[in-house]
Write a protein that binds this ligand. Sequence first.
Ligand code: SF4
Length: 316
Amino acid sequence: MIKIRHTLPASSTWPGGIPPEVVAAGDAPAGTAGEATAVGQGVSVTLRSSDPYTRWEQTSVIRGAGNGSVSAVAYAALGDITASQFASLASIQRELGADVRLSNRQNVVFRGLREDQLTTLYARLEAIGMARPGAEMARDVVACPGADTCNIAVTQSRGLAKAIGEQLEEEGLAEVGGVRINISGCTNSCGQHHAADIGFFGAERRANGRAIPGYQMLLGGFVGDEQIHFGQKALRLPARNAPVAAARVIRRFAEERKAGEPFQEWLNRSGGAAKVAEGLKDLDLIPTPDEAPDFYVDFDETSPFAVNVAESECAT
Ligand code: SF4
């Protein structure tokens, strides 16, 4: 129970609650060491080290205060892993003799490590491009395959996931912990947008006589005591403004939350999804094709947006 909980940020609603050992020992969820400290203000993103190993260790190593376990996350950005990376991960597992799990954020978690194995693990992961800091944190956006490979997709959910990650990097918010962004390219929910702190699903918008890629934003979804709580509708946005909207919500959460406060509690305290959405309404503006032609082209596409839904099974 204790080991498992370490990789579940903001999981005070996990069945049975937080184990007493963790409450007593002050355990922290993945990558949040140093955040939301006793003063209860904000996220000390700027205090992260500039040394690559230390930064990875601060954001991707999980230490269990309850039983002294050490785990570390190998970051599979957008859930992508090549065959060669898989072979390397297997080799690392054999070398270190660690347990391996796949996380709900589409990463690979090495468990049962010793402290003296961390530098080796970092070097091996760095060599295969999986030691980037930020796994399981705000920039680690999960998306369904979307229009990349799904015949019934409306939008390029993976393209938006990448764009949100880049926006968060740019604004210094990439390593905020305790908030999860999930995206589906249509209403079918393969990206689990309905159960995320910040969720998006793809929807066609129309403006100036043209179709544009758009998203419905939801806020406050989470996995509760043996049931899912769906996120509440916040507002609809043109796809190109969704990254800025996500960053604004995360900035507010990071600046306003109390120590250890889960996203949904902060959201309730802030008046709920509709209230928070009031601060995003200026983003629901669609410029003309002459003013901003990119609003009429989806992420990772080159031609004007059009919904070409074919007969198909879901791609996930
Ligand atoms: S059907 Fe599933 S995989 Fe396809 S776009 Fe919709 S949510 Fe994504």
